[in-house]
Design a protein around this ligand. Structure first.
Ligand code: ATP
Ligand code: MG
Length: 139
């Protein structure tokens, strides 16, 4: 059964380019409510743990370096059908293939610096939200 929460990060490339406001605008306009949010920076170890599922992929080291390179915004978002609807809102992993109007089409520069993360399943949304937020940080 689909839950109503997903997890996102605004990645270092988008933070550096001052896209936080524009991306949050798109998220709110699409009907997501912010349950939890923080501005923080991942260490290499934390970024490696977060993306552990990709540890065998050729781009893993590049991904960990990039995700620990600067601050990010982490958030839990709520909406009916949150995981699937948020993946639609952000667009394809490769911005060159992302649909018009999606966050990655608007704000991402490449497949490795693609502006935002979105959970790919309800189970992962819960795991990823728990990675960043305690129960006292959710409203
Ligand atoms: P995310 O999990 O960040 O929301 P995604 O689910 O669209 O992205 P994944 O397949 O989970 O894509 O890959 C995780 C991240 O790894 C991508 O967002 C991207 O930053 C990076 N990545 C994926 N494929 C490549 C690739 N071929 N080359 C470089 N980086 C890649
Ligand atoms: Mg993914």
């Amino acid at each position: 059964m689909a839950t109503n929460r997903t997890f996102t990060m605004i990645k270092p490339d988008a933070v550096e380019k001052n896209y936080i406001g524009g991306i949050l605008d798109k998220i709110n306009a699409a009907g997501f409510r912010i349950v939890a949010m923080k501005y923080t920076k991942l260490s290499k170890v934390e970024a490696g743990a977060f993306y552990e599922v990709h540890s065998e992929r050729p781009f893993y080291r590049e991904l960990v370096d990039y995700m620990s390179n600067g601050p990010i915004v982490a958030a839990i978002l709520e909406k009916e059908n949150a995981v699937e609807d948020f993946r639609t809102l952000i667009g394809a992993t490769n911005p060159a293939e992302a649909a018009e109007g999606t966050i990655r089409k608007l704000y991402a520069e490449s497949i490795s610096a693609n502006a935002v993360h979105g959970s790919d399943s309800d189970d992962n949304a819960a795991i990823e939200g728990n990675f960043f937020f305690s129960s006292l940080e959710r409203f």
